[in-house]
Design a protein around this ligand. Structure first.
Ligand code: S3P
Length: 169
């Protein structure tokens, strides 16, 4: 395994960061940390409630604080939210504190995987496909720029994707 202090998963909603992250953490005996979950615990409110009360900007502020605090830790598998890479300070903290794995997913696969999802405020609109395309256009270059390793998750279950990563890490 790479000697970087943490293993950090980046990528869009529906790429499987949480499911794959849990499996990888177990495989490499790392502490699993989900940044969204840490935000919910620190703010005492769900992600949809945070968006409702503080808007996306308020949510991003929580995300920045929590992510940068977590990056001080070591021996962790950190699963980030899809928009964490939007902030330059977050990108710098991610790059400095871990080996970064970009879990890629196509918009088509996202639509299938997230068809019944109610927990992601950015997707609670009728034009989901357009939203996901716009996010991919904006964020894919940022994910690529940060990635030490990229895996296209479209053809795989979480278990299969984990096996592919284990041999490459
Ligand atoms: C977001 C992704 C979500 C969550 C929030 C915003 C985004 O995390 O942080 O709903 O901007 O793409 P996941 O990528 O874990 O779904």
């Amino acid at each position: 395994m790479n000697p970087a202090p943490n293993l950090i998963l980046i990528g869009p909603m529906g790429a499987g960061k949480t499911c794959i992250g849990r499996r990888l953490a177990e495989r490499f005996t790392l502490d699993f940390i989900d940044v969204d979950q840490a935000i919910v615990e620190s703010a005492g409110a769900s992600i949809p409630t945070l968006f409702e009360l503080a808007g996306e900007a308020g949510f991003r502020q929580h995300e920045r604080q929590v992510l940068q605090r977590l990056m001080a830790g070591r021996g962790q598998l950190v699963s980030t939210g899809g928009g964490a890479v939007l902030d330059a300070g977050n990108r710098e903290a991610i790059a400095r504190n871990g080996f970064v794995v970009y879990l890629r997913v196509s918009v088509q696969a996202q639509l299938e995987r997230l068809a019944r999802d109610k927990g992601r405020p950015l997707l609670q609109r009728p034009d989901r496909e357009q939203v996901l395309q716009d996010l991919a256009f904006q964020r894919d270059p940022l994910y690529r720029q940060l990635a030490d390793l990229t895996l296209d998750t479209d053809p795989y279950t979480a278990t299969e994707a984990t096996s592919h990563l284990v041999v490459r890490l």
